[in-house]
Write a protein that binds this ligand. Structure first.
Ligand code: CP3
Length: 344
């Protein structure tokens, strides 16, 4: 007797189907708010050790699915494995964040020795997760968008207003453009490998899209994301792509019209009613609960969730946060969120 594959609700939403209750997953759902994550991290010693150990990364990808039954699982890795594969050194300072060396204010990435094999364990994780994931769970791969990745490569770490990268983009646009083009090429290959190994859809994180002026946004956000999507669609026409330009604000409609993504992620500063009125008709959206409303819980959480649920009466919608879940988000509030979204 043939067994029918249960429907992947999140994947169907990305393809344009509308459900009475939206599918849900949370950015950074695999991470420090989970005691089972913190325990494994303490055993393995650090974040990158986890990301490059495909058994550990598989386990961490599955932890939030087992605990909460989210509709989507996101690959446990990081956007900064791409510069690492381009030959830049990468490590994480405990309590501070990522460090990359040498930084591109002092060095030229064309002098780095490419290390594409650094991505092999991540692709191995994709295979292992695919084999272990419940059939109804959509599996999401991801990469950072070139502008966001470049801000880290240029400054050698996170930076508040991305001043070094913005200065290089204005001061030496041909050098900066060549860097962006190199990240585009590596990212197309990397996401193609994720898709070939079993992810159902991919998300492009442009976390620092909000720091650019409109003309710079066209050049360093819209153009490179469009190039990645064109490259991926040529190889994998059926794999949906979510674009997430955090902080894009009023530039969202142009981004949605021009990059060729299947769905758009909204951060928590976007008014969902405005987004519903302004984005192309029928285009699926994802978002956009304030991560701090989840921390607050109670009435603040209920009101915020209901406003988002009511904003997209006819549009396919994937419930998510507007940015990553924070480490002190209480587990009980995540459980409450799931029941609010699923039971209305
Ligand atoms: O659960 C998931 O969403 C999947 C895994 C994932 C991680 N990082 C794991 C991670 C994803 C999708 C990312 C994306 C990422 N990484 C972005 C874009 C999205 C965003 O949040 O804006 C950025 C800018 C990074 C770069 C990065 N990685 C920073 C700045 C930091 C340090 C700050 C922090 O939150 O600790 C990381 C570390 C990181 N990436 C952790 C995790 C679970 C924390 C590591 C730890 O200390 O255990």
């Amino acid at each position: 007797m043939a067994t029918e594959t249960p429907q992947r609700k999140l994947l169907a939403t990305l393809r344009g189907q509308k459900f009475d209750t939206p599918p849900i997953w949370l950015m950074r759902q695999a991470g420090r708010y989970l005691p089972e994550y913190r325990e494994l991290r303490a055993q393995k010693g650090g974040f990158l050790e986890l990301a490059y150990d495909s058994d550990a990364a598989t386990e961490i990808t599955l932890q939030p699915i087992r605990r909460f039954g989210f509709d989507g699982a996101i690959l446990f890795s990081d956007i900064l494995v791409v510069p690492h594969a381009m030959g830049q050194d990468l490590w994480f300072e405990t309590g501070e964040g990522p460090r990359l060396a040498p930084k591109l204010t002092d060095a030229d990435w064309r002098d780095f020795t490419p290390m594409p094999q650094r991505l092999d364990p991540v692709i191995e994780t994709v295979r292992k997760v695919r084999a272990a994931l419940p059939a109804e769970t959509t599996f999401l791969g991801f990469a950072g968008s070139p502008w966001t990745v470049a801000t880290y490569m240029v400054a050698g770490q996170g930076s508040k207003d991305h001043a070094e990268a913005r200065a290089m983009a204005y001061g030496d646009p041909s050098r900066f453009g060549a860097l962006i083009d190199a990240i585009v090429d590596v990212t197309i290959d990397y996401l193609s490998r994720q898709i070939a190994a079993g992810v159902d859809a991919v998300q492009l994180f442009d976390s620092w899209a909000g720091s650019l002026s409109p003309v710079q946004f066209e050049r360093w956000v819209i153009a490179p994301n469009a190039a990645i999507i064109a490259g991926l669609k040529a190889r994998h026409p059926d794999t949906p792509i979510i674009g997430f330009p955090k902080g894009a604000g009023g530039k969202l409609p142009a981004y949605a019209r021009e990059i060729g993504a299947d769905a758009i992620g909204l951060d928590e500063t976007v008014d969902p009613i405005w987004a519903n009125a302004s984005l192309p008709q029928g285009m699926p959206v994802q978002g956009n609960l304030d991560p701090l409303a989840l921390v607050a819980g109670g009435d603040a959480l209920e009101v915020a969730v209901k406003q988002i649920l009511a904003a997209f009466p006819d549009r396919p919608h994937i419930f998510n946060l507007g940015h990553g879940i924070v480490p002190h988000a209480p587990i009980a509030h995540v459980e409450k969120l799931l029941s609010l979204v699923r039971e209305g």
